[in-house]
Design a protein around this ligand. Structure first.
Ligand SMILES: Cc1cc2nc3c(=O)[nH]c(=O)nc-3n(C[C@H](O)[C@H](O)[C@H](O)COP(=O)(O)OP(=O)(O)OC[C@H]3O[C@@H](n4cnc5c(N)ncnc54)[C@H](O)[C@@H]3O)c2cc1C
Length: 410
């Protein structure tokens, strides 16, 4: 069987792998780079899949991280539609689908995450959709043409964004959420209630405290049955029930895995010379003081870049404060910095009624996160405070005063 060697093997065709390749070249790495992704397209951004791409406002080319030409011009070999089936870290050897063996100097595992599938009665019925890739978004759009009522299972950001997009496209939506409030896991109940009122005011029905017990229908889904006994008639379902890290390749390779591929603070796995980044990466966070795994676009991008620098010998730990954004159609644009550990207090800044506010999450006296809805400038001092780890103390008053200048915090 054919065997060859590359300097850098990047496994996974998402944002993390793409930005690793970009950063390697930007930093002047001259070695050979092979990027293998299982999907047929070059690496692309997933956020549009629940937003403008789902609504048919943009196309596939708009979502690409870089065009195919970029990879060719940068001397990055792009193998799309190709899985890496095994790696042997000790021998620095990978096997690709089809049997080709590739030796490598350094490797990145950026295998991302897979959606959680609901295993309940009726799960196999037609009209039940999940959303992770271009093809899923296309199926939802095609299948929903002319349909009247869709149930979105899960009131996390995917379920909420999809419900908002479908409502904007003229389909009636009901969100079914297990927690008492939508988006509560991300932002807490108080802030989640604000989003619940927002989507309800825009025509989305919200059923909270409900768990899906079964899907009903003959061949196609016709209703969602909940544990409390409610029957919600519908003619399609989109499930957004979270994801789990794809550790299959790493696990087979004998790397340490848990909730993700376990890495040190530089994003190096238990095998020297093999790094991980993005949704699959569970790293020892110096900033947070504990293990962290994040499923955000910007974190995948930043970690891909960081892994590139680490591959080139940079010893610095990964210390970027996580950043997240979401668009609930044009009803609200939100941005968030930080994330855990638990908070015990929320400080509001600005006007909730007009939708221009930020919420500051304080845990054990220190700022651990901040959410902006229409006040993005607030996140600059917030990020600085999270990074510094200084107690919030008497700054509470200034934070809660929307007119107070917070630049001094940054
Ligand atoms: C619908 C949707 C909307 C989102 N919206 C937002 C948002 O608004 N804001 C935000 O911050 N985040 C958002 N996210 C999350 C964000 O897209 C992810 O955090 C990001 O895509 C993670 O990138 P990644 O490179 O780690 O992994 P992925 O994007 O999952 O890419 C990993 C790739 O590796 C491939 N792969 C796996 N194993 C192998 C193998 N053995 N060989 C070859 N290839 C392999 C997979 O098939 C996949 O293509 C959204 C996600 C989705 C699905």
């Amino acid at each position: 069987m054919a065997r060859r060697a590359v300097d850098f093997l990047l496994v996974g065709g998402g944002v993390a792998a793409a930005h690793c390749a970009i950063e390697l070249r930007r930093r002047g790495a001259e070695g050979s780079i092979l990027l293998c992704g299982r999907e047929p397209e070059p690496p692309y951004e997933r956020p549009p899949l629940s937003k403008e791409y789902l609504r048919g406002e943009t196309g596939r080319a708009d979502a690409l991280v870089r065009s195919r030409d970029w990879y060719a011009d940068a001397g990055v070999e792009l193998a799309t539609g190709v899985s890496v089936v095994s790696i042997e870290p000790d021998r620095r050897l990978a096997k690709l689908q089809g049997g080709e063996e590739v030796g490598f100097g350094r490797a990145l595992l950026a295998t991302g995450a897979m959606v959680n599938i609901l295993r309940v009665d009726g799960a196999q019925l037609e009209g039940i959709h999940y959303l992770r890739a271009f093809g899923n978004a296309d199926s939802i759009r095609d299948d929903l043409e002319g349909r009247e009522h869709v149930v979105c299972v899960g009131g996390g950001y995917i379920g909420v964004e999809v419900a908002a997009s479908l409502t904007a496209m003229g389909t009636r939506c009901t969100i079914v959420e297990i927690e008492p409030v939508i988006l509560a896991r991300a932002f807490g109940e108080e802030v989640g209630r604000w989003f619940g009122e927002l989507v309800a005011a825009n025509g989305v029905a919200v059923r909270t405290g409900e768990t899906v017990a079964a899907f009903e229908g003959d061949e196609r889904v016709e209703a969602v049955l909940t544990e409390s006994g409610s029957v919600i008639d519908c003619d399609a379902v989109v499930v957004g029930a979270g994801v789990r890290p794809d550790t299959a390749l790493a696990g087979r390779a004998g790397l340490d895995v848990g909730d993700g591929i376990l890495c040190d603070g530089r994003l190096e796995t238990s095998a020297p010379g093999v790094f991980a980044a993005g949704d699959c990466c569970n790293f020892a966070s110096e900033l947070r003081g504990g293990r962290v795994r994040v499923e955000h676009w910007d974190v995948a991008l930043q970690q891909g870049r960081h892994a590139a620098r680490a591959m080139l010998g940079d010893e610095a730990p990964y210390r970027v404060v996580p950043y997240f954004f979401s668009d609930i159609h044009d009803w609200a644009s939100l941005e968030y910095v930080g994330g855990g550990p638990e908070w015990d207090e929320v400080l509001w800044r600005g006007d909730r009624d007009s939708g221009g506010f930020s919420a500051w999450y304080v845990g054990a006296g220190r700022l651990v996160g901040a959410l902006s809805v229409g006040r993005p400038a607030d996140l600059i001092p917030a990020r600085a405070m999270i990074e510094s780890g200084e107690p919030v103390g008497e700054r509470r008053e200034a934070i809660a005063d929307p007119d107070a200048d917070l630049d001094w915090l940054a």
